[in-house]
Design a protein around this ligand. Structure first.
Ligand SMILES: Cc1cc2nc3c(=O)[nH]c(=O)nc-3n(C[C@H](O)[C@H](O)[C@H](O)COP(=O)(O)O)c2cc1C
Length: 274
């Protein structure tokens, strides 16, 4: 099969695909010729799908991006600005979850949606580790508390120690201020060779938490646990992340106990026009 498959009955030879191609490997001589990819350039295609997405005539497929897998954009589903703005503003970090492990089917659906986040060079090499149940989450919180205690001891006058002390005190009274009341933890990870791994996985997690909203699912970035993970390689080992994955971020996920009725204010943006 040709690397670039053109349906010559549909192609209008307008060259839009060639103009759009981010790697500039689709060539289009003039409005009487069909676009092409030279065999020598095939390896440079990152299968981003832009050529398929931009063609108004559904006239092409490229190896790795079959047009059958690229549904048409439904105009009725495009968000209005008001809908988009309220949607983005209504995401909240959840600290009180229902006493219920995340339904796996829903979680798979969310992870599949998070794949649509951009990744540098369209690498798409993130992986997902799901840790389920308080019996597995509590030891992670415990290890984080141990790390906090070590930090408090080593730097008692630091602002970090001031931040950690109430969390450690809360743990002593039975409140888990690390993984809160979550029953499920999802860890996005990227392989060492992905120089943009942390950015890729952060965007994917941001997609995931937004996608979770209409499904009645809530999330919270687990920054304190991540701090402990960075400082304690043995803790990362107990979590069983994929071999060679050195970029990671954990996120709590589950069913929020409470509903939200208002949109909190943010600081005014600081913008530098140049
Ligand atoms: C990278 C990152 C790490 C975070 N870590 C934690 C955390 O460890 N525990 C927690 O309760 N919230 C954590 N949060 C949530 C922030 O506190 C929260 O986003 C902020 O207070 C704004 O609230 P909102 O997300 O509900 O709008 C984290 C958020 C981010 C983006």
């Amino acid at each position: 099969m040709a690397f670039l498959k053109i349906d010559e009955t549909k192609c209008k030879q307008d060259g839009i695909c060639a103009a759009e191609c981010p790697r500039r490997i689709i060539t289009h001589k003039d409005d009487t010729s069909f676009p092409q990819i030279a065999p020598a350039d095939e390896a440079n295609c990152m299968a981003c799908g832009h050529c398929v997405a931009v063609c108004p005539h559904a006239a092409l497929s490229v190896t790795g991006v079959d047009i059958q897998d690229c549904p048409e954009i439904e105009k009725d589903l495009v968000l209005s600005w008001d809908q988009a703005e309220q949607f983005l503003r209504s995401r909240r970090s959840i600290r009180r979850f229902k006493d219920k492990v995340m339904d796996r089917e829903t979680l798979v659906h969310l992870i599949e949606t998070a794949r649509y986040a951009p990744t540098a060079s369209n690498a798409q090499n993130l992986q997902w580790t799901v840790i389920e149940g308080r019996d597995k989450l509590e030891p992670l919180s415990r290890e984080t508390i141990n790390w906090m205690e070590r930090v408090i001891e080593a730097q008692p006058d630091s602002p970090t120690a001031g931040y950690f002390r109430p969390v450690v005190a809360g743990w002593a009274t039975g409140y888990d201020g690390i993984l809160r009341t979550a029953q499920t933890l999802i860890v996005a990870s990227a392989p060492k060779e992905n120089a943009n791994g942390l950015v890729d996985l952060s965007i994917a997690l941001a997609y995931l938490e937004l996608a979770a909203l209409p499904l009645g699912v809530g999330t919270c970035w687990a920054g304190l646990l991540r701090g402990a993970m960075l400082a304690t390689p043995e803790l990362v080992e107990t979590m069983g992340l994929p071999e060679g994955h050195t970029g990671f971020y954990p996120m709590m996920i589950g069913y929020p106990k409470f509903k939200y009725h208002r949109l909190p204010k943010r600081k005014a943006p600081v913008i530098h026009w140049k």
